[in-house]
Write a protein that binds this ligand. Structure first.
Ligand code: CTP
Length: 475
């Protein structure tokens, strides 16, 4: 059926591209993600244009027409050129035919027809093209029934899936990412081809794998992607620590929960409340050290003592493995993993203000995110239990809010600085300064003195004296 998509390409840019191509007597087509997303009503600012000719030449000519000459980025090795216009990024490439060697994702490229170019694409829904030739402006070219697949929500490869995935194994991650991101199903034989080709993922750089993994994590229901990674065997290769969460061991009739599916539930839960990638990573990693800390004890049954501590220690290694940034984002994830059991422990009736102050101090400005993580961590098959825990958790939030209101501990710095301690006791930087500073902080957190300058100052003098120090200034 003839379909015209002019209503999706009303921006004047597309008419200008059409005119430029006409002038050079070449045919141009929009292809790939832009067409897919237009049909799904998803905003897309990346536009890929294929020309039956020299893509770089057309890009340069377009830039001239738009008055942005000299702003074309040319990737000579790939034969592509990119320019930015308004908030769009437009990439031009000549239609190509590709063939692959076994050991590399880098294809051998020859000039080809539009059909060759569509053949080399990963999925039928990504092989859709819109004609920009003047007399066919807006016409859809859909050689593989991509529209049908879009409607059926199916991911299918244009060629035999084994060829498509083996040619470029990153596409296995892309298939799972699109399934998770768009809520599509991967065609059965395609899924099977992923399982069979899983080991070929080893020729893909970690950065590209992580890009796709992060998109899975940011999808509306990330468990969809992780379950597919698990079922195809890719998870075991790219993320063995997470794979180890899977399974239930039973001793003396006692089992523990399956920490893989629990983690996925926590991840889905948290995704309803946040699109912060790093908070979602914290959900993935919160129980990551349960397998290495698992013990069976006669009376207690299964325990995972210290898993929060060990888990926090595992974070840098995992970030390194995925080439994720080893910066404050990593420290944030570490902090949340380390503290993830703390808020729920505050449910107890007997809890003191000092325990609450300590948590506020340690979590600092990340306290709200920690609470979101803890709430997401409440999972049970029994909805009555979940509701009871969530109600208890409301009390924790309330207690935290009360203490915060009273003591303003969040983002708090003890009122006496190390410099002041050194000045008052005429000390050089060293152990004694650290001890006094620490004792002041502890006294405030414990509630033995109030959080104000005068009480802290007096306490400092007392502490100094106990250590045999003489203040050189008194007030
Ligand atoms: N493509 C492919 N195989 C890949 C990567 C990309 O066949 N490994 C093709 C697809 O036709 C894809 C197009 O190149 O639609 C553009 O790729 P890219 O911009 O990476 O992805 P999009 O499909 O546009 O999706 P997104 O923007 O969500 O990443």
């Amino acid at each position: 059926m003839h379909k015209n998509l002019q209503k999706h390409i009303t921006n004047k840019l597309f008419t200008i591209i059409s005119d430029v191509a006409e002038k050079h007597q070449v045919q141009a087509f929009i292809i790939g993600g832009f067409v897919r997303d237009a049909l799904l009503n998803r905003p897309c600012k990346d536009i890929d244009v294929v020309v039956l000719g020299n893509g770089i030449e057309i890009a340069k000519s377009l830039a001239k027409q738009l008055g942005i000459e000299g702003q074309v980025t040319i990737f000579k090795n790939f034969g592509t050129a990119m320019l930015k216009y308004e908030d769009m990024e437009i990439e031009f490439v000549g239609a190509r035919k590709e063939s692959y060697r076994k050991d590399s994702r880098k294809p051998i490229v020859e000039n080809g027809t539009l059909a060759d170019d569509q053949n080399r694409r990963d999925f039928t829904i990504n092989a859709l093209a819109i004609n920009l030739q003047r007399e066919f402006f807006g016409d859809l070219l859909d050689p593989f029934k991509g529209i049908e697949d879009l409607n059926k929500k199916v991911l299918r490869t244009p060629l035999d899936p084994t060829i498509t995935y083996s040619d470029d194994p990153l596409r296995m991650m892309r298939a799972i990412r699109f399934a998770s991101q768009l809520g599509f199903e991967i065609e059965k034989k395609s899924l099977q081809a992923i399982s069979e080709n899983k080991n070929r993922i080893s020729i893909v750089s970690m950065e590209r794998i992580t890009d796709e993994l992060n998109k899975i994590i940011l999808s509306p229901l990330p468990s969809v992607g992780f379950k597919l990674l698990f079922e195809t065997g890719l998870l075991e290769i790219i993320f063995p620590q997470m794979q180890k969460l899977y399974g239930v061991e039973i001793i003396n009739g006692k089992g523990h929960k399956d920490n893989f599916f629990h983690t996925l539930k926590v991840l889905d839960n948290i995704s309803v409340n946040t699109s912060n990638l790093w908070l979602r990573w914290a959900a993935i990693l919160h129980d990551i050290a349960k397998p290495p800390t698992k013990r069976f004890e006669e009376i207690q049954g299964w325990t995972f003592h210290g898993h929060e501590d060990k888990g926090a220690k595992m974070v840098p290694g995992i970030f390194n493995q995925f080439k994720l940034p080893l910066n404050e984002k990593m420290k944030y994830v570490q902090k949340l993993v380390l503290l993830h059991l703390r808020p729920i422990a505050l449910v107890k009736e007997t809890i003191t203000d000092s325990a609450i102050r300590r948590l506020l101090f340690e979590a600092g400005e990340d306290i709200d995110d920690l609470l979101i993580l803890c709430e997401a961590d409440i999972t049970s098959k029994n909805p009555i239990k979940v509701q009871k825990y969530l109600d208890n958790f409301k009390l924790v939030r309330q207690k935290l809010a009360e203490v915060e209101e009273k003591d303003k501990i969040r983002n708090w710095q003890p009122p006496i600085t190390g410099e002041e301690i050194m000045k008052i006791f005429d000390l050089k930087p060293g152990r004694e300064v650290g001890i006094i500073k620490n004792n002041i902080r502890e006294a405030i957190l414990e509630g033995s003195i109030h959080n104000n300058y005068q009480e802290a100052f007096d306490y400092m003098i007392e502490e100094g004296k106990k250590m045999g120090l003489k203040p050189i200034l008194s007030c």
